[in-house]
Design a protein around this ligand. Structure first.
Ligand SMILES: NC(=O)c1ccc[n+]([C@@H]2O[C@H](COP(=O)([O-])OP(=O)(O)OC[C@H]3O[C@@H](n4cnc5c(N)ncnc54)[C@H](O)[C@@H]3O)[C@@H](O)[C@H]2O)c1
Length: 175
């Protein structure tokens, strides 16, 4: 087992958007790491149920991060880690559905942060940009989106809202 996975052994972990591309692979890695409980929270708006790995440690909650009843269930136990991956994702999706984008990525992130703060989650992990997901390689935003203008620039500001919210929650360990 890779050494860094030891950090997750015996831990209780929530993955929002856990049925998605990154979330389902993360779930597999956390099963290998022998996490105690892995709660996958996903509304299946952009993923299939069969994508969620089956294991006794995995608990699936179907629902939206915008729904307080769903969030209360997900945060009912003591959590060591929250990986926040639920998102209205892909640029064309954002252009076609700007209100959903703002709700899920803005309000949804704020809600997940709020519950994490209230329940004193040990560590909150938010994959906000490409560079966070490719092993520490530095990628400048302008190299990824060289011609950010108009609506794309607005989307970029929306995703930055999550970063600003994170900056105000200094008590939690955030990466
Ligand atoms: N995949 C990449 O290359 C990449 C690059 C940069 C950043 N990211 C970020 O990583 C995160 C996850 O990306 P991914 O590739 O796994 O995306 P994905 O679309 O595969 O997964 C997102 C998941 O969120 C779920 N979801 C959407 N709205 C929801 C809601 N309201 N409540 C609960 N669940 C909801 C979807 O059903 C889906 O399973 C996103 O924030 C994305 O912006 C990904």
């Amino acid at each position: 087992m890779k050494e860094y996975l030891n950090e997750y052994k015996g831990k209780n972990i929530l993955i929002t958007g856990g049925a998605g591309c990154i979330g389902s692979n993360l779930t597999k890695a956390l099963i290998v790491a022998k996490a105690a409980e892995i709660i996958v929270l996903d509304d299946l708006s952009a993923a299939e149920r069969w994508n969620i790995p089956v294991d006794p440690s995995v608990v699936f909650i179907e629902g939206s991060i915008l729904d307080d009843e769903v969030l209360k269930r997900a945060f009912s136990g003591k959590l060591d880690f929250v990986f926040h991956l639920a998102a209205h994702f892909a640029n064309q999706n954002s252009v076609d559905n700007p209100e959903t984008d703002l709700e899920v990525n803005g309000l949804g992130t704020l809600k997940v942060l709020g519950y994490s703060h209230l329940t004193k989650v040990g560590k909150f992990v938010f994959a906000k940009k490409l560079g966070d997901l490719i092993g520490g390689v530095k990628v400048k935003r302008d190299e990824v989106f060289p011609k950010r203008q108009g609506r794309l620039a607005a989307i970029d500001r929306t995703s930055r809202r999550g970063e600003d919210e994170l900056a105000h929650l200094g008590e939690m360990r955030i990466s």
